[in-house]
Design a protein. Structure first.
Length: 535
């Protein structure tokens, strides 16, 4: 069993290894391509990616830390609602947010048109939405919950009692926040920012729709437009290097998060009460928390719903429900199969690692865990590179159909990208199962199969269901790998929404976009319930 699991893990790590291995197969032509990219497009890709990441990083830190401090350290009207409502933008993919706000704010949109007619104004009333600053703002609205969630946990666990101690020493509230609370939350802020930046670098939908020249859009263009797999592999490996640096920073920050308050400190934290705000301060805190929820979730959802209603009212044949059902069925089938396979693999790996993952199984499982940090565009290139190599040597074997003509390549990309999510959830469930349970069962003569099915599986069932749900939602939202590897005629909701938006048919993109948001709400609701549950 260990040998089979090790082989599966290495197979799923092959797309990442394939991208890295492209550097070892370079010849004179490959180096010529690299020099050409360095003198033409590479600087632009790097500059735009760094500007985008820098702006988003600064924005998510400021917004995530401010909202977390507001709901944790202060008390104001609506605070209990904002504690969970601030998580709602997690359900909104950044590319769906881009579609909604572009339709609302573009030059020919109803808002600018109505203002020009009402006041007699001429020309554009504000800059074009499809720009780098607008992309930064949209990413901040979609990704600040990563920072908010971790910072809120850090402030709630450790900072409240320290601020109470500082208050007894006479420190004013502003100084307590600036010199006590926020420094203690610094590892959480770093970890959340790293997670958000990995999502930014992995994005393709917003970059392509706004016409940005980032690494992800450059990879897609090099492979599918220029038909240059060497250039695509080079760009993919550079993007992989940036993601690896962010992953290292995130793990370093997570290690610094592993200091906990004592039981006595926790008791003092429970006794310490947030500062009650009144007047202008309460209004400012309410506005601070309300704006991200309104701009990042409520208004976009309402606008998409308006587009769906207008499309149904204006179209002679109503909504394309038959086609929508086909797209939804394709998305649900792919997501369900990927979730099932990833969860089964995670359960098998979790059981094997718990019993002692000797040999290569441990390192292979850790290599598999890196997949979630790898952008979908990189994984797609990693799937296609070995297939292209085999196709060149066996031209009549139809090897390319294994990756692009069937579901095999797409499922391989999904499992490479999202198996880490399932494994992390299952391992978290196993942590709560005492090793003495296994020792007792083995002393009674229980075999491995009976130990897993009769004892472990009931205990980690909820974690396995959570793993399947998370993978299901992630696959539903995934765009770049699906766009490159999907079989002909198997469009998903994400691909259909992107294609409609690219063709300026935003009203038709609204229905699949709303479906993606609705599915994304499921883990957000479960997470908010878990945060409100007493510990």
């Amino acid at each position: 069993m260990r040998a089979a699991l090790t082989t599966i893990c290495l197979l799923l790590a092959l797309p990442v290894l394939g991208v890295l291995g492209a550097w070892f197969a370079f010849d004179a032509a490959a180096w010529a391509v690299l020099r050409h990219q360095a003198t033409t497009v590479l600087a632009g890709y790097a500059l735009q990616s760094l500007l985008l990441a820098g702006g988003v990083g600064l924005g998510v830190v400021l917004l995530g830390a401010a909202t977390a401090a507001a709901v944790t350290l202060a008390d104001f009207p609506g605070r209990r609602v904002f504690e969970w409502a601030l998580l709602l933008p997690l359900a909104m993919p950044a590319y769906v947010l881009a579609y909604a706000w572009t339709d609302a704010l573009q030059f020919a949109g109803p808002l600018q048109t109505a203002l020009r007619q009402a006041f007699g104004w001429q020309g554009a009333l504000w800059p074009d939405v499809r720009s780098l600053p607008a992309a930064v703002l949209l990413f901040v609205l979609a990704l600040y919950p990563y920072v908010y969630l971790l910072a809120r946990a850090a402030l709630g666990e450790r900072a409240v009692q320290m601020m109470e101690a500082a208050r007894t020493l006479g420190a004013p509230f502003r100084r307590r926040v600036a010199e006590v609370a926020l420094p203690m939350a610094r590892p959480a802020l770093a970890a959340g920012t790293a997670l958000a930046l990995m999502e930014v670098l992995a994005d393709y939908g917003v970059g392509a729709y706004f016409g940005l020249t980032t690494f992800s859009t450059g990879i897609y263009k090099a492979w599918l437009v220029m038909n240059d797999r060497i250039a695509a592999a080079q760009l993919a490996s550079l993007l992989l290097l940036l993601v690896a640096l962010l992953l290292a920073a995130e793990r370093s920050a997570q290690r610094r998060l592993r200091f906990a308050a004592s039981r006595a400190g926790a008791a003092h934290a429970a006794d310490a009460r947030p500062l009650r705000l009144h007047g202008a301060l309460a209004a400012a805190a309410w506005l601070l928390c309300a704006l991200p929820v309104l701009l990042g979730f409520v208004l976009p959802v309402l606008w998409l719903a308006r587009l769906v209603w207008l499309e149904a009212a204006q179209s002679e044949f109503g909504l394309p429900l038959a086609r929508f059902a086909g797209w939804a069925a394709s998305s649900f089938q792919l997501a369900a199969v990927a979730a099932l396979l990833a969860t089964l693999l995670a359960l098998a790996l979790g059981f094997a690692l718990r019993r002692g993952g000797g040999g290569l199984l441990g390192p292979a499982a850790r290599a598999l865990s890196l997949g979630y940090a790898v952008p979908g565009a990189v994984i797609a290139i990693g799937v296609l590179l070995p297939v292209g190599w085999l196709q060149e040597r066996f031209p009549g074997a139809g090897v390319a159909a294994l990756a692009t003509g069937t579901l095999a390549g797409l499922l391989l990309a999904y499992l490479t990208r999202f198996s880490a999510v399932a494994l992390q959830s299952v391992e978290a469930g196993y942590v709560r199962v005492s090793p003495s349970v296994d020792d007792t069962a083995l002393l009674l003569g229980t075999g491995p199969a009976r130990l897993f099915f009769k004892l472990h599986l009931p205990l980690v069932r909820r974690s396995a269901l959570a793993a399947a749900l998370l993978v299901f939602v992630d696959v539903m939202k995934e765009l770049p790998a699906t766009l490159v590897l999907r079989p002909f005629g198997s469009d998903t909701l994400a691909v259909v929404a992107y294609n409609f938006a690219r063709d300026e048919r935003l009203a038709e993109a609204a229905l699949p976009s709303l479906a993606i948001v609705a599915v994304g709400l499921i883990p957000v609701v479960l997470l908010s319930r878990a945060l409100r549950a007493p510990s």
